[in-house]
Ligand binder design. Structure first.
Ligand code: KG4
Ligand code: ZN
Length: 331
């Protein structure tokens, strides 16, 4: 079965084709970073318009890359939410129209399920069951995953997501957009511990997170009388260390609680090198293992949506009856 996947929830337009027999056949992506950079963040209206501009071309490109005609596609999967309403509408409309025209099913997919399953697309995929740490710009969650569609939420952030904390802190330090990767790059040049930031909820005894206070703590440092801007890298390193320490401690606690040895990390913050090194070392010590998506599939993409859709079709998921553009921005 060949599934066309469409992702348009935020500032990346992604189209891919996943074949349940042959694997990933095509993976095309257009990033809107340059479009939003001047505004210091994603402008929803501009995002929607650019998805409209890019999608037809990307679909053509993906089909060509896969060596397919549009009539060879068996089903369409698209990101239904969560995300920006206007941006989601574009992908959903295109996907439903494509499916209607070809007389094939269209399946709305949860964006986080895409991230969650994306490590299964790697050459050495994890086996079920595992604990998943989902760390994106919009979510920070720990899940127990027994199989496709069998997810139990173990803990999540009460306020800012880890990626959001990176982005907001980067902004208040005057770094460019997108902030997370830039802050991480700056942190590599600094030394953690020269400043002391809190480790929010480290000892809360549950698997929940809170990151908004960390950003405020950084604000207090940079607006204090003793602030020396030449120490910016050290502050960035301490911020990164604080986030990584909490994520790592809670992920280990989730493994302990579930008795599992496999951790899957997905979502944009999963690209963070310090997080990876810390988790790898901790799991190695405990005889466990961490799985990540391929680097190209860490941030938003169509491949994870095509794959999640394909897994659901393969599991016999019933497709919603009447064609209808289904979006759930706050899903
Ligand atoms: O999964 P994703 O591409 O989009 C969402 O679904 O949100 O994640 C984007 C988030 C942003 O907040 C970005 O700043 C963060 O992931 N991010 C990073 C790094 N690369 C991306 N955060 C920390 N370190 C990185 N290297
Ligand atoms: Zn995402």
């Amino acid at each position: 079965m060949k599934v066309l996947g469409i992702e348009s929830s935020c500032d990346e337009t992604g189209v891919a084709v996943y074949d349940t027999g042959a694997g990933l056949l095509a993976h095309c992506l257009h990033s809107q970073i340059d479009l939003h950079a001047a505004y210091g963040g994603v402008v929803p209206e501009l995002a929607s318009r650019d998805h409209i501009r890019r999608l037809p071309m990307l679909i053509k490109q993906a089909l060509a890359q896969a060596g397919l005609e549009s009539r060879d596609v068996d089903a369409v999967a698209y990101t239904s939410g969560p995300g920006l309403a206007g941006a989601l509408l574009v992908g959903a409309s295109v996907a439903e129209s494509f499916a209607l025209a070809r007389g094939i099913p269209a399946l709305p997919v949860h964006h986080l399920e895409g991230h969650l399953l994306s490590p299964l697309l790697s050459a050495d995929p994890p086996q079920f069951p595992f604990v998943a740490l989902l760390v994106s710009g919009g979510h920070t969650q720990l899940m127990r995953v027994r199989g496709v569609g069998d997810y139990a939420l173990l803990g999540e952030s009460a306020d800012d997501a880890a990626g959001e904390a990176f982005d907001k802190t980067a902004k208040l330090l005057g770094l460019g957009y997108p902030g997370g990767p830039q802050l991480a790059r700056l942190a590599e040049q600094g030394v953690a511990g020269r400043f002391r930031l809190p480790r929010p909820m480290l000892h809360s005894g549950d698997l929940d997170f809170s990151f908004s206070g960390l950003k405020t703590a950084v604000l207090n440092v940079v607006s204090g009388p003793d602030w020396d801007p030449s120490a910016m890298a050290d502050l960035a390193a301490e911020f990164q260390q604080a986030v990584v320490e909490v994520l790592c401690a809670k992920a280990l606690a989730a493994l302990k609680k579930t008795g599992l040895k496999t951790l899957v990390v997905a979502g944009g913050v999963g690209a963070n090198l310090h997080l990876r090194q810390t988790l790898d070392a901790a799991l190695q010590q405990r005889g466990g293992r961490v799985h990540y998506p391929e680097p190209a599939l860490c941030t938003d993409n169509g491949a994870m949506i095509a794959f999640a859709g394909a897994m659901r079709f393969a599991a016999g998921e019933a497709v919603p009856g009447e064609p209808s553009v289904r979006i759930r921005p706050r899903w």
